[in-house]
Design a protein. Structure first.
Length: 518
């Protein structure tokens, strides 16, 4: 098995094929395919000289070219990558470093203090990639060695869950898993060699995973410094960006940005979005602003990124751009070609078309399991299938419609209620930019449905307006309370953090809200 080629074998071939073309830009710095490949080989040689195969190497830094160099080099050296979002709080960083058993940490000057606090004096090789006096220059100049490639079934990375619903879990992904992820994207997504791809999301998450398929095709990647939206908009015009991918919250901020209509987006041919449901208002405005070039991607860390996708034309019921009422709301499309999806009841039997059930799948890119968590692994992986925890329905045409997270389902007044369906209704209101629905214990209802709502900038809307709007559309699912906020809290990956909503708002306001409700 060890003789079969992995992603880095194909990356080297791509570097030879596209040698003199620019592969990566980061501010004023740029690297051709040949230069980037040679640099990764030298770094891999330096890592192999200091660490043992299978050692865990944490990457904790802001988006920068060095992250992608290390991503390639760690794989080539047979080490295990442990990506950490640069915005992760200290307790989360400490847990990941301890749980993974990291033998080395690569960071930058902005994250170094957190690393030192997280390590608490433990002897772990720590390297700052933007320090010209540290270990990094010697790694970059280290002679490239002849390194035996890892087996496809060797562990490649430990990717930790965001921790928004509890302690982060380490997801074990092998080289075979990552090869399958890349294959899925190359088969089904429109990846072109003449593309210029902008990276605005954290490279520790989905954005970094898009680098390799475009690298194999010969496309150029451009890092958006600081992940700033204004910088992305400038780069689209200056670098003639053709593709970018992001979470819906980024699209929401873009489409509601003052003066956005004066921007030149003529170079864009594709935009990918995913990781959480998109507000209907955002989707409508994005389609009006960019045209029908949006692709929705549905995936999980446990089955990295590539479970189902909704093509630009599939956003519309008729297969082409139409009116707002023609949009497929809540649809996440069809499975990737090499992914098998089934909707199941709790007892494992198949749900009927239109019946809500848990989304399960099997594919070569499904994780090996959770690191050091056998019970959680056994719950998620059953008889060769991954149980995602997401609830969905299959339409008559085979497309999947997402209902919400199984653990987020509320039981109010004896009825099963999925927050995502309420959120989709709320974000269809012209004055609503974002919405998040949670349940809290209630003596009368079992659980009371509470909606947190952020208005579109410049718009005014109040709880009575929202209640009147929802009642004819949602009936018994209409939230009992509406809380207006300036902005919904996000985690490091840009997703709405519902746990923080409960802690931040309900803890402080529960008594006042209850009094007002009574």
């Amino acid at each position: 098995m060890s003789g079969l080629p992995g992603l880095q074998t194909f990356a080297r071939a791509a570097a030879r094929r596209h040698g003199g073309s620019v592969a990566l830009k980061d501010g004023e710095r740029s690297w051709t395919f040949a230069a980037f490949d040679a640099l990764c080989d030298r770094i891999a040689g330096g890592l192999a000289a200091k660490l043992d195969r299978g050692d865990r190497v944490a990457l904790f830094m802001a988006n920068r070219a060095e992250y992608l160099m290390l991503q390639f080099a760690i794989e080539r050296a047979g080490l295990v990558r442990v990506p950490i979002n640069a915005r992760s709080p200290l307790p989360e960083v400490r847990h990941i470093l301890e749980d993974s058993g990291a033998e080395a940490v690569f960071c930058d000057s902005g994250t170094l203090d957190i690393v030192r606090q997280a390590l608490g004096g433990r002897n772990v090789w720590t390297t700052t990639v933007d320090d010209s006096a540290g270990d990094w220059p010697s790694l970059v100049e280290h002679p490239a060695g002849a390194l035996a490639p890892p087996s496809l079934d060797d562990l490649c990375s430990l990717n930790y869950t965001s921790g928004s619903s509890g302690r982060p879990k380490g997801i074990m992904l092998t080289h075979r898993n990552w090869l399958a992820v890349c294959r899925n994207m190359l088969i089904d997504r429109d990846v072109r060699g003449d593309d210029i791809l902008a990276h605005i999301g954290p490279l520790s998450h989905a954005s970094g995973s898009y680098f390799i398929p475009w690298f194999l095709r010969g496309g150029c990647s451009v890092i958006v410094p600081g992940g700033r939206i204004e910088t992305l908009l400038d780069l689209i015009e200056q670098e003639h960006i053709t593709v970018f991918t992001c979470v819906p919250t980024v699209l929401t901020r873009i489409v509601n940005r003052p003066g956005i209509m004066s921007r030149d987006f003529s170079s864009l041919r594709a935009i990918g979005y995913g990781a959480e449901p998109i507000p209907l208002n955002t989707l409508e405005k994005a389609l009006a602003l960019f045209g029908p070039i949006l692709t929705q991607n549905y995936g999980q860390s446990e089955a990295y990124m590539t479970i189902t996708f909704l093509t630009p034309s599939e956003h519309y019921q008729q297969g082409e751009a139409g009116g707002v009422g023609d949009l497929r709301i809540g649809c996440i499309g069809r499975p990737y070609t090499c992914v098998e999806v089934a909707i199941r009841r709790p007892d494992g039997t198949l749900a009927m078309p239109g019946e809500a059930g848990e989304i399960t799948l099997r594919s070569e890119h499904v994780m090996r399991g959770y690191w050091n968590l056998p019970e959680e692994t056994g719950e998620a992986l059953r008889d060769g299938w991954l149980w995602t925890g997401d609830m969905g329905r299959e339409g008559d045409d085979g497309r999947i419609y997402l209902v919400g997270r199984r653990k987020e389902m509320l039981i109010s007044g004896g009825f099963n209620i999925y927050p995502q369906e309420i959120e989709a209704t709320l974000t269809a209101h012209a004055a609503v930019a974002e919405a998040a629905v949670v349940g809290v214990a209630d003596a009368d209802w079992g659980e009371a449905v509470i909606a947190f709502v952020a208005a579109v900038p410049g718009e005014r809307v109040g709880p009575p307006d929202l209640s009147s709007y929802c009642k004819p559309l949602l009936g018994y699912r209409t939230p009992k309370r509406f809380i207006l906020v300036d902005e919904l809290p996000k985690n490091g990956a840009g997703k709405i953090d519902k746990r923080r909503l409960k802690e931040q708002f309900l803890g402080e306001r529960e008594a006042a809200l209850q009094a007002a409700h009574d």
